[in-house]
Each structure stands twice: as C-alpha cells, then as structure tokens.
Design a protein around this ligand. Structure first.
Ligand code: LCS
Length: 399
C-alpha cells in the first residue's frame, strides 16, 4: 500500500502494512489466530528454517497480523524495520540484552520508568552490565559519563514521571561520534509528537500499551530501528526469550492506531487547558509540562516535539497524605497507573510506578512524595478541570 514516497502520517496510520486486495477485499485486517503454519513439503520447511525461502513458520517467529503492525510502526517512526513484543518491558529488555554483554555499561537518562530501573538493577546484579544516570544536558556532561565500555545510551524523553526532557539531537551527535547506539523510549510522545530517528537516534521503543493503543485494552511493546539491528533481535532476544505479541493484540493495536493523530490532537489540547488551570491553582506547588514556557526544557520541547503532549506532572502543596487525600476526592478522574487512554488517569509515582526505586534515588530523579502524574484523557477539558477543582476544595483546610 502506498506510493513511492509514501503517504502523509495521518494516512499511513490507517493504511500502512495492509493491502485489502490480498485478503478478499476485507476492509479490516484479518486476525491470523494460528500458532503454527503448514509447509507444502519437508524441503520447503527446511528452506524456511534456513532462510532460503520466505514464509511463516511458527507465530513466535512471525505472524501475518503482527507483521502488519510492525510494518506500520516502522514507517511511522521513520525506521527500516520493527518488532512487536508482548509488553513494553519485553521490548525494553530484549533491546538492552541485544545491545550489551557482561562487562558493558549503559548510560541512561536521569530517570526512567520504574520497571526499566528494576531491569537495569537486575542486569547489573546478575549479569554485570553496569549503568549510570546522567542529565545529558551538555556535550561535556555526556562525554564525561561515557566510558570505554559504554555500548548503549538509553533515553526517555519526556522522562516518566518528572516530564524532564533530553535533547535528542545533542545526545545523538555525541553518541554517533563515539559509535554508540542511542535507544529512545518514545512512549510518552508516540510518533505523532516525536520521531527520534530523524534526530539521529538508532532505536525507538514504545510501550504500545499507551498512546499507540489508546483504549486501555492491550499490553504491548514495539521496537523500531535499522534492519540489521531488528533482524538480530528477531533471531535472538525475541525468538529465544520469547516475549512476542499475540495476533489479537496486534489487531487491536492496528485498530487503535488509526485514530492516533486525532486522539493526540485532543490529548494535547486538553492537557494545555488543564496545565493552565493547575499552574494558576493555589493548591499546586509546581507543574512539570513540556508546554510550560517558564521551564528550561521549553526550548527542547519546541525543537523536537510537535506539541507538548498529554501528560502533566505536578506537586501538590503539602505532604504525601495531602496528595492521597486529593486523589481520593476525585470523581471523574480515575486512580490508575498507565497513560494515554481515553479516560483521564492520575497516579502517585512515589508509591506506585516508581515505588521500586529506593527513596534516595527517587529524590535525585525529582520524584517527591507530593508529586502526582496526570494522563489527560479525551473527555471535555472543562469536566476534567471541574473535577480537579472540587477535589482541591475538599482538601483546602488541610494544606
Ligand atoms: N516505558 C515507559 C516510558 C513506560 O511508561 C512503561 C510503562 C514501559 C516502558 C513499560 O511498558 P509496559 O510493559 O507496561 O507495556 N509505564 C507505565 C506507567 O507509567 N504506568 O503504568 C505502566
């Protein structure tokens, strides 16, 4: 599907990777709910295993519905190829294990999702793969943090949950000089807002559970990169560790992603309104939002993000107890981890997504006990603000 140059983003999210003419005109892609694929004869089976003949073998090694999603994601992220995984963490672990071996070093942004932090700790404790966190805010800081055994730079931007940004162009320019691959977890942006490969980064990861899905009904992961990198992962850390995506989940993601552009527009518009409301509310200490013109990260946001996105973090005046009481008074907004869904979700990182991070390191990352993270949904923004307002009123006397 598509012409030589390809179509625009809003068209590719709907069509790329699927040609209805190959499937009896079915408008919607079929779900190939089959674990294995029959070979016409034994010799053909031998050739497929050796790679001499194209064709499916077994769904852990590839499945047509999953392949459609992979093709679509590769094009959206401007990469050569993609792989789909059973979760974002399966994607992160397969990538890091593919790019490192015992004795290597991973340089990491100053903050990552809690389970990625847990994985880095496990790689260090069990497999002697070391890591170090860095703000990565200047060339000097990066050069200082790169060791002779650094084989991978891992970046989240915006960082979960502090919403700090990392300049992708800067990191890629330093890393490219040193020949070190840069992996970007693009979960908070989706390719609609940010395309790290265009800035010179090498590998892009998504928790597809979030904006790619958009409807809160799938756990999935995606990795996009150069064909050589993706092929190596497909035949090692994906095939042999086995965290593959199911055909049904791929189908749900192919459906969800069709509305990515219009959903992101609405998430962004709503978040802008909610951020203005929070910034002016006396119950709020600080907001952390890429669209905040007073933030030192605003220049980076303007450069590499199409819009500021749908996630806002903020500190509430007072203690952890105030934060929890505030959450308990919300009516429309749901208390839940995850993000990028139609429903507005709020969570308390210190006791939820980042509770595995030891207190000291959590503080260094900027995750205090009064920090809350809001994933602004697709509801009417006035209703979201009204809900926040009434919850603030309930705790007024406490702060
Ligand atoms: N990367 C980032 C930036 C994430 O936020 C998450 C999940 C993952 C990777 C892992 O993806 P999963 O395996 O869950 O598909 N973040 C979550 C969060 O902030 N709340 O709940 C999950």
């Amino acid at each position: 599907m598509g012409n030589e140059k390809g179509y625009r983003f809003e068209t590719e999210i709907i069509h790329k990777g699927y040609d209805c003419n190959q499937f009896q005109g079915s408008l919607v892609p079929p779900i190939f709910q089959s674990s294995t694929f029959t070979f016409p004869n034994a010799e053909s089976g031998e050739r497929r295993f050796s790679g001499e003949e194209a064709g499916y073998i077994y769904s852990r090694l590839g499945n047509p519905t999953v392949r459609m999603l992979e093709e679509r994601m590769a094009v959206l992220e401007k990469g050569e190829a993609a792989l789909a995984f059973s979760s974002g963490m399966a994607a992160v672990s397969a990538t890091l294990m593919s790019l490192t071996k015992s004795g290597d070093h991973i340089l990491c942004s100053q903050g990552v999702y809690g389970c990625t932090f847990g994985l880095l700790q496990m790689l260090k404790d069990k497999y002697h793969i070391d890591h170090q966190f860095s703000p990565m805010s200047t060339k000097e800081e990066l050069l200082d943090a790169i060791n002779p055994n650094t084989t991978c730079i891992f970046v989240e931007t915006p960082i979960n949950p502090t919403m700090k940004l990392v300049d992708l162009e800067l990191v890629a320019s330093v890393a490219n000089e040193k020949g070190i691959p840069v992996v970007v977890d693009n979960t908070f942006c989706s390719p609609y807002l940010q395309k790290p490969i265009q800035w010179g980064c090498d590998v892009v990861i998504h928790s597809a559970t979030k904006f790619i899905c958009g409807h809160g009904d799938v756990i999935g992961g995606i990795v996009v990169g150069k064909k050589s990198v993706i092929e190596r992962m497909a035949s090692t850390t994906q095939k042999d560790i086995g965290g593959v995506m199911s055909p049904f989940d791929a189908w749900l993601l192919l459906r969800g992603i069709k509305t990515l552009a219009i959903r992101m527009e609405r998430h962004c518009k709503n978040a802008e309104k909610v951020a203005s409301f929070l910034a002016e509310h006396p119950g709020v200490e600080n907001i952390y939002y890429p669209g905040d013109k007073n933030s030192s990260d605003y220049v980076i946001a303007k450069k590499q993000m199409l819009e500021p996105g749908g996630i806002i973090a903020f500190t509430i005046k007072g203690s952890k107890e105030n934060a929890q009481t505030f959450m308990n008074h919300l009516k429309l907004i749901k208390i839940a981890v995850s993000l990028g869904d139609a429903e507005t979700l709020i969570q308390h990182p210190a006791t939820m997504t980042h509770s595995v991070v030891p207190t000291e390191e959590r503080k260094e990352m900027g995750i205090g006990d009064n920090l809350l993270r809001l994933s602004v949904g697709l509801e009417a923004w006035e209703d979201i603000c009204d809900d926040l307002k009434q919850a603030f009123e309930k705790i007024k006397g406490d702060i």
